[in-house]
Design a protein around this ligand. Structure first.
Ligand code: 13P
Ligand code: SF4
Length: 299
């Protein structure tokens, strides 16, 4: 299967992008593997004619919006992120009426329709810096309450109103689960994703995006770590650090949508060129503005 994928990729001038939560065998054959911010930047600048995006729908959609002329395919079009839908558009209108200078800051994990109503997109690796750089005092942060609260703590000079959405995978990890692993491995620092609940962030040693967690573990002189995010990161952590040990909350956090990106599905989509991501022109033009602003401010 891997050989066939390799041949088709060359033949069709296709590039495979995969998120760190995609299955290990898919990360292994991907041309680019990374966090949401890195993958958005790659999607914007690739010269390939076809982008196969092994992630969830907001990622495929963002790649299409950034590259309307390219064919963007997803191994499984039903791979979605539940959090991406967790905002009532009426709430945005209401707050815009309340605060004259309101900036709507939209975590990239959101639908294209929500991006259309937003001023700037962010990811977990650039949210703090981008929010800090905005001229607006009043911010509505959508859809993730946990990333929103984390940003609010880091940027106290802003009035940040947080929407009540969350990632069901990260929000399900409890402080008890984390304390259990910590009790078994007291010398292992806890590296955590900001989509987790605040009481977990409070007892952790490092908070960052998937790429930042991976980078921290690689650069650290310690040799064991407690990893508090979706367990797909284990492939990269183990590949880069064969002599280090990584512990996860039990059961290992798993995003079933990300796991729909199987090797079989990647091969099939390359063969048939089906599962094309489409975004209505009128939506795509409006959703491009906050994405482009993120790339500009994040530079
Ligand atoms: P990052 O890879 O940007 O940290 O995002 C995590 C995530 O949940 C993507 O869906
Ligand atoms: Fe969405 Fe959570 Fe899955 Fe990321 S891990 S895609 S935020 S459901």
């Amino acid at each position: 299967m891997k050989d066939k994928i390799e041949r088709l990729k060359k033949q069709k001038n296709a590039v495979i992008l995969a998120h760190y939560y995609a299955p290990a065998e898919v990360q292994e054959i991907a041309d680019y593997v990374g966090d949401s911010y890195y993958l958005a930047k790659i999607a914007k600048k690739t010269a390939a004619e076809i982008i196969v995006f092994c992630g969830v729908s907001f990622m495929g959609e963002s790649a299409k919006i950034l590259n309307p002329e390219k064919k963007v395919l997803m191994p499984d079009l039903s791979a979605d992120c539940p959090m991406a839908h967790m905002v009532a558009p009426g709430k945005i209108e209401q707050l815009k009426r309340e605060y004259e200078d309101l900036a709507v800051v939209c975590y990239i994990n959101s639908t294209a329709a929500l991006k259309c109503l937003s001023d700037v997109c962010v990811t977990s690796s650039n949210a703090v810096n981008i929010v800090r750089s905005l001229p607006n005092k009043n911010i509505f942060f959508i859809p993730d309450r946990n990333l929103g609260r984390f940003v609010a703590e880091q940027v106290p000079e802003k009035n940040i109103i947080v929407n009540d959405g969350c990632c069901p995978i990260h929000a399900a990890i409890t402080a008890e689960q984390l304390m259990q692993i910590k009790a078994a491995h007291p010398n292992a620092p806890i590296l955590i994703h900001p989509e987790c609940e605040p009481e977990l962030l409070a007892i952790s040693d490092f908070i960052g995006s998937t790429a930042e967690i991976i980078d921290y573990a690689a650069k650290s002189e310690r040799n064991e770590f407690i990893i508090c995010t979706e367990s797909g990161v284990d492939y990269k952590l183990m590949t880069d650090n064969p002599n280090k040990t990584f512990y996860y909350p039990s059961p290992w956090p798993c995003c079933t949508d990300m796991k729909l990106n199987t090797l079989e599905a990647v091969l099939s989509v390359l063969e048939k060129e089906d599962n094309e991501v489409t975004v209505d022109r009128s939506v795509s033009e409006r959703a491009l503005r906050p994405l482009d602003r993120m790339l500009e401010l994040g530079r």
